[in-house]
Design a protein. Sequence first.
Length: 167
Amino acid sequence: MAQASGPALSSELRDSLLETLPSLRAFAISLTGNVDHADDLVQETIVRGLSKIDKFEPGTNLRAWLFTILRNQFYSFRRRRRREIEDPDGVMAGMLSTLPGQDENLNLRDLAGALARLPPEQREVILLAGAQGLRYEEIARICGTRLGTVKSRINRTRARLAELLHL
């Protein structure tokens, strides 16, 4: 603490700064309610004070000047923290992240390939049922066939898809 980023500190100024530390720490604890945060706040205050020591007017109250810095640092920190979420276990971050989508893309590509290998009448009934969510009666009407034929085609198509996809 012999020097700031500019002129050397006078021994009187250094002694006053050191005498103020316990009071700064007590004030910081009362503001933060946490000893570790308070110590960080006091450290930031001292660093800020030393870096701006050229702005301190000799003959004025150093203690009041440092308390003002501490208070301003505290409120700046609170404004920043309001936009942050504490997540020590990574639970929130885990909920925000997404798993790699390669498997889904590969599965979709495999399904598209398997659908392409189906006969057109099987492909149309499975797409109308699965992709469009239509009821069997609606599919029979669309395809111009009987309900039993649609049920049979869907059953055979499901079995064939499972075979093609190795399920």
